[in-house]
Design a protein around this ligand. Structure first.
Ligand code: NOJ
Length: 744
């Protein structure tokens, strides 16, 4: 490798003047212990700390912990393992590190604990549908407690990638399309994983991933290139990361994708410059799986040593699974001595994390064999699952089901315990999951593989519950699809059941919003249930029978057809807005209706809600904040939840703004006849746009819209922006800033 090449490449990847600030922040104040250790470490030991190796496979944990691996631990040349678990095996492994290695540095144990460890809870897109931040926090808390009992220190969650293309299979793991909702969910989940801000006594380290732009993969193809404008990057994709950082997340993971040709694993500008520099982040930056070595395939490095050097220069502290740092950085550093302080700095961040977790004082603090076998938290699992369900359509009051109605339950997914667990299942087991079939024993079940049998069952029933969608293996990592309609024989099954003329309730089970306009045509009731975890069946039954009124809302719009992807409610205005009149040339497709089938924020209830007029504490918007109050009344007959949503629009600005942007929400529970007054406090920093590298508050007017979905606005008002802070006086992305909500 040629040293000049690496430096030239690194300089090119840095792009702007931001990079020099990169490492300044993190250098502030390592503890004495960490400093002393670094002083004693050999280069091989340092590179070992920067190395994370799979100790097993995702479905065969601990299976790679062989003699050679243990020797490496003894030599002090290993910092962290992933795909390992279990209080006893991990204590045994830790013992090798802290009693048999020279410097006795404890290991860090990591795993993808995404939506539950043993108690499998709703998948993240489902939990985001709850719009319930306490629920999201509780879910992360339960996952963290169970994972901690199994000896784990670190989870690779939350995934905070915004995604506007449902072909991308990983939408199942995120909070949907909106940066404001995504930011709040990111904060809730980080707080749940790291309740005391360090995970020292409770919880485990969290990881905001994948930094950044991973959800913008071209064509929705996982791992593909992202080509994002600077504005969209900062206004849409960055906010949840900033919010997660502010909430105290212990680590970040660099994403697989490149942005405009610069792979994130080597992105000095965004990691070193923005995250470390401007934002001042001090936690660990881990690469994604094998991503450092993959810089060669990306086409920016021609040797593993060059790849390692570029990743280090960008600010990636830990190498997940590629063993490139351990294998090649020493040689690279012999050639490029300026890498040595960067290595020290990476080690410092990793040791600081181990110290904050308390591992130097008690390396066995995580892992409790008795607690590891504690009973599953079914009650919370059911509650969270109920909160995650979204009623998309309910014509003629088909739901809730009338008592005594004869039910047919049709569709293999209704009986698929494995699918209720979603794609990341940690230690979740299908035998612990209660399916809809089990929860509704009186319904006549047909799996739908034999369509004639299913039709016969439908004909014997008063009403058909039709479970349709995708099984767990069709969404998740590397599970992008070019057609997000119903797979297999389901379209034929749906048409055959429709032909019986029986009323149908479609119960959707899926990890992504699907394109179902044709399939759902003529079906009066539609329930989106995603993958709800071990209490999936009982929770869906609670909603179907009316024991609980549905209160979830879509965190991502559902398209009519796949060809509409990508899409978002928060789109830019155009000179020729979509028009239903084909005589007018406009920004739309000719062969499909305008907009989504079900919009962002949509979700019905068994009750009705009336919104009053907006009251404002001032007609102006400044730094101190303006209070926006609206009364909301349950005018129906049952207790129910409503998610009150605040959107803004700046009708005139350069650059122009999106037609709507979410800036506040709250999920309320209201008894019949009850009114609650919701007050949102908005500040001027929350309406800023990213203009030429700085957050800039526009002048003029902000329109306020409060309603029940992005497409169901019930009240409007406007404010004049009076104070305009100096551009660049804040680093917080506008959508990352929390809108205070009060309820009276
Ligand atoms: C690759 C995925 O992109 C990432 O999210 C995950 O944490 C790692 N594999 C480890 O399993």
């Amino acid at each position: 490798m040629n040293r000049r090449d690496v430096i030239a490449a690194a300089a090119m990847l840095a792009g702007s003047a931001m990079a020099p600030m990169a490492f300044a922040q993190a250098l502030a104040g390592p503890s004495k212990r960490v400093k002393a250790l670094i002083g004693e470490m050999t280069l091989a030991e340092k590179l070992g700390q920067m190395t994370q190796i799979p100790g097993g496979r995702q479905r065969a944990l601990n299976s790679r912990l062989d003699a050679a691996m243990l020797d490496r631990v003894r030599r002090g040349e290993m910092g962290s393992f992933l795909h390992v678990a279990g209080a006893e095996p991990l204590h045994a492994l830790q013992r090798v590190a802290v009693t048999e290695s020279r410097l006795k540095i404890p290991l860090l144990f990591a795993m993808d604990v995404i939506h539950g460890y043993r108690t499998t809870l709703p998948v993240p897109i489902a939990l985001a549908s709850s719009w319930d931040l306490k629920a999201a926090e509780r879910a992360a808390r339960i996952a963290a407690e169970e994972a901690r009992a199994a000896g784990l220190h670190w989870t690779f969650a939350p995934m905070v990638d915004i995604a506007r293309d449902a072909r991308w299979g990983r939408v199942v793991e995120g909070a949907g399309e909106d940066p404001y909702l995504g930011s709040r969910m990111a904060v809730a989940r980080v707080k749940g994983f790291e309740p005391d801000g360090t995970a020292r006594r409770v919880g485990i380290l969290s990881c905001a991933k994948h930094f950044v732009g991973y959800g913008a993969a071209a064509g929705g193809r996982d791992y593909d290139s992202a080509d994002i404008s600077d504005r969209t990057l900062h206004e849409v994709y960055m906010p949840p990361f900033y919010a997660a950082m502010q909430a105290g997340t212990g680590s970040f993971m660099a994403s697989f994708n490149d942005i405009g040709g610069v792979p994130m694993t080597a992105h000095r500008d965004l990691i070193g410059g923005m995250l470390r520099g401007r934002w001042g982040y001090q936690g660990i930056m881990v690469s994604d799986w094998n991503a450092i070595r993959e810089l060669i395939k990306h086409g920016i490095a021609d040797t593993p040593a060059m790849a390692a050097s570029l990743a280090l220069r960008a600010g990636v502290d830990m190498d997940m699974a590629s063993d490139t740092y351990a294998g090649y950085l020493a040689a690279a550093a012999a050639d490029q001595p300026e890498l040595l302080p960067m290595i020290d700095q990476a080690v410092e961040r990793i040791l600081a994390a181990k110290e904050r977790l308390g591992l130097f004082d008690d390396p066995y603090a995580f892992g409790d064999a008795a607690q590891e076998k504690s009973p599953l938290d079914r009650r919370t699992a059911r509650d969270l699952a109920q909160r995650s369900i979204v009623l998309l359509r309910n014509e003629g009051g088909v739901l809730p089901l009338k008592a005594g109605a004869k039910l047919a339950l049709i569709g293999a997914l209704a009986d698929d315990a494995s699918t209720t667990l979603g794609s990341w299942r940690a230690r979740g087991l299908p035998e612990n999951a209660v399916t809809l079939r089990t929860a509704l024993p009186s319904a006549e079940f047909a799996d739908g593989k034999d369509i004639a049998k299913a039709v016969a069952a439908a004909k014997r029933a008063d009403i058909v519950l039709l479970a349709i969608g995708e099984d767990y293996d069709l969404s998740g990592e590397a599970r992008s699809r070019s057609d997000i309609g119903l797979p297999g024989n389901q379209p034929a099954l749906v048409e055959a059941i429709k032909a019986t003329g029986k009323p149908i309730v479609a119960v959707l089970m899926n990890g992504r919003p699907m394109a179902l306009e044709a399939a759902l045509k003529g079906i009066p009731a539609v329930l989106e249930t995603w993958f709800l975890g071990i209490e999936s069946g009982p929770a869906i039954a609670d909603i179907l029978t009316g024991k609980v009124s549905p209160g979830g809302k879509l965190p991502m719009g559902m398209p009519r057809v796949t060809g509409q992807m990508p899409m978002t409610y928060a789109h830019q205005a155009t000179g020729r807005p979509a028009n239903p009149d084909f005589a007018i040339d406009s920004a739309r497709y000719r062969d499909v209706d305008i907009g989504p089938l079900f919009p962002f924020g949509h979700g019905l209830s068994y009750s009705r809600f009336e919104y009053g007029a907006i009251e404002l504490s001032a007609q102006t918007l400044g730094a101190a904040g303006t209070r926006i109050t609206i009364p909301v009344t349950n005018s129906g007959a049952v207790e129910a939840d409503e998610v009150v949503q605040l959107y803004i629009r700046i009708p005139r600005a350069i650059p122009a703004r999106a037609v709507k942007e979410l800036r506040g929400f709250v999920r309320l529970t209201l008894a019949p006849g009850q009114t609650k007054r919701v007050t949102f406090t908005l500040t001027n920093a929350q309406v800023a746009a990213w203009v030429e590298g700085a957050w800039t508050v526009p002048g003029g007017r902000v329109e306020l819209m409060v309603g029940s979905s992005s497409d169901d606005i019930r009240a409007r008002a406007a404010l004049n922006i009076i104070e305009r802070p100096r551009p660049g006086s804040t680093v917080a992305p506008a959508a990352s800033i929390e809108t205070k909500v009060e309820i009276a």
